[in-house]
Design a binder for this molecule. Structure first.
Ligand SMILES: [Zn+2]
Length: 389
C-alpha cells in the first residue's frame, strides 16, 4: 500500500499508551508528511511499549509490514533503533528478531535558565536519564549579551562532555517565548526580543528548541511521569507559572503566554502587594520567599499559613480546571512547603469550587522529578526531532 494513503487512515490507537500518548500537533497530515508521520508513530510505539518484533510493531501501529520494514531499517541506520536478539519461537518458522528504541545511542542537552542563582544544564540519554550536570552562576550585571554568552558557554561545555552524538538542545527559559525560539520578554535576564534559539543554533550548529520553563516542565511530567493528557503543572518559586497540556496538546496561546497565571488577582479582599504593583496576585500569595518568611516569623501558625496559601491557589485555578476539564494538577517547587498541608488545601478548594461530583477525583500533587525543566527541555528535542513524547 502507498504509505501516503495508509497514513490518511491511521490505525485506532489505545488511549493512554504508546502512540496514543504522543503530543498532538495542530498540523494536518499532508501526503508529503506521511513518511515522517509514520516514522514518528513507529518510534513513539517502540519508545513507550518497549522491545518487540517488526510484526508486533505492524500490529501495534496498523502500518503495513513493508512500511514497517522500511522505516525500521532507516531508524537502525540513524542509530535510533537497534536489534537486540531473537525471540524464542513458539511455533514453526524462523524466530523473530526483536527490535528496541535505542535510548543510549544519542544524547540530548537540556538547559534550565529559570534558576534564581544559576543556569543549570545536563546531558541526558533519550530515556530522560541525567548523565552529566553543569551549572554557571547567574550573571549579576544586567546585560542581555552577557547573559546570552553565559548560557551559550554552558551549552558548549555540555556538548563537549557528551559521549554520543547530540540530537539537539532544549532550553527552558523564564519569560514569554515565541514558537520560533525568540524570548519576547524575560525581565530577570534583561532579554527583550532575544532570538535565543536562532543564535544558539548558529553558534553551536545544533537544532535548538526554546520554550518557557513551566511549559518545558509539564512535558517532563507527561513523558517521564505518566501524567494524563489533560494536566497543568504549576512551578512555584520566586514567582508562579504554569504549563498546560490539554487533549495531549501543549497549549501555547494567542500571545504565547498560556499558563501565565502568576498575576491573576485572587479574590476581592486585596491581599499582599505583588512585584507588579497590584495587590493579591496569585504569585504574591504563594511565592516561596513570602511563605518561608511568614513561617519563620510565626512558626506556630505554619499550618494555617500554608493552608491559606494552598486555598488561594485552589481558588485561582478552579476555573481553569473546569474550563479545560483537567485530570490532574502537578506542583513543582520546595517539598517542605508544598507537600501535605498546602497541596491538600488546594485540592479541597478545587472540590469546593467546582461542580460537585464531576471533578471529585481531581487532586493536586507534587512532582517527584529532579531537574524537571532540563528533563522537559530534553522532551522538546525528542518531540521535535523524532516525534516522541
Ligand atoms: Zn502581580
Amino acid at each position: 500500500m502507498d504509505p501516503s494513503v495508509e497514513s490518511r487512515y491511521p490505525a485506532a490507537t489505545p488511549v493512554g499508551f504508546g502512540a496514543g500518548r504522543r503530543l498532538r500537533s495542530q498540523a494536518k497530515v499532508l501526503p508529503e508528511h506521511a513518511r515522517s508521520h509514520n516514522r514518528a508513530l513507529v518510534l513513539q510505539t517502540l519508545y513507550h511499549r518497549g522491545a518487540m518484533s517488526r510484526a508486533d510493531l505492524a500490529r501495534e501501529t496498523g502500518l503495513t509490514r513493508v512500511t514497517i520494514s522500511d522505516l525500521v531499517a532507516e531508524s537502525i541506520m540513524d542509530g535510533i533503533v537497534h536489534e537486540i536478539g531473537v525471540r524464542e519461537a513458539a511455533g514453526p518458522g524462523k524466530p523473530p528478531i526483536v527490535i528496541e528504541f535505542d535510548r543510549t545511542g544519542h544524547q540530548l542537552i537540556g538547559i534550565d535558565l529559570s534558576g534564581t542563582t544559576s543556569f543549570e544544564g545536563a546531558v541526558l540519554d533519550l530515556g530522560g536519564r541525567i548523565l552529566e550536570r553543569r551549572s554557571r552562576p547567574l550573571p549579576q550585571e544586567h546585560d542581555a549579551e552577557h547573559a546570552y554568552a553565559v548560557a551559550r558557554d554552558l551549552v558548549r561545555e555540555l556538548v563537549e562532555v557528551a559521549t554520543r552524538p547530540v540530537l539537539g538542545v532544549g532550553v527552558g527559559t523564564p519569560g514569554v517565548v515565541r514558537p520560533d525560539g525568540t524570548v519576547v520578554s524575560a525581565p530577570n535576564l534583561t532579554w527583550t526580543e532575544m532570538p535565543l534559539g536562532a543564535r544558539l543554533n548558529a553558534d553551536l550548529d545544533l537544532p535548538v528548541i526554546v520554550r518557557n520553563d513551566a511549559n518545558a516542565a509539564v512535558l517532563a511530567e507527561y513523558t517521564f511521569a505518566d501524567a494524563p493528557s489533560d494536566v497543568m503543572l504549576i512551578r512555584i518559586g520566586r514567582g508562579v507559572g504554569a504549563g498546560v497540556i490539554a487533549g495531549a496538546q501543549s497549549l501555547v496561546g494567542a500571545r504565547f503566554s498560556a499558563g501565565e497565571i502568576g498575576h491573576v488577582v485572587v479574590g476581592t479582599d486585596e491581599g499582599p502587594l505583588c512585584v507588579c504593583g497590584r495587590r493579591g496576585c496569585l504569585e504574591a500569595w504563594v511565592n516561596v520567599p513570602r511563605l518561608s518568611a511568614a513561617i519563620t516569623a510565626e512558626p506556630a501558625h505554619s499550618a494555617s499559613l500554608l493552608a491559606d496559601a494552598g486555598a488561594r491557589l485552589g481558588i485561582a485555578i478552579a476555573p481553569i480546571v473546569a474550563a479545560l476539564d483537567l485530570s490532574e494538577i502537578v506542583l513543582a517547587g520546595p517539598r517542605d512547603l508544598l507537600a501535605g498541608t498546602f497541596a491538600d488545601a488546594a485540592t479541597r478548594a478545587l472540590h469546593e469550587r467546582t461542580l460537585d461530583g464531576v471533578f471529585a477525583d481531581i487532586h493536586v500533587r507534587l512532582s517527584e522529578q529532579e531537574g524537571i525543566v532540563m528533563r522537559g527541555a530534553a522532551v522538546m528535542v525528542l518531540s521535535a526531532q523524532l516525534g516522541v513524547s
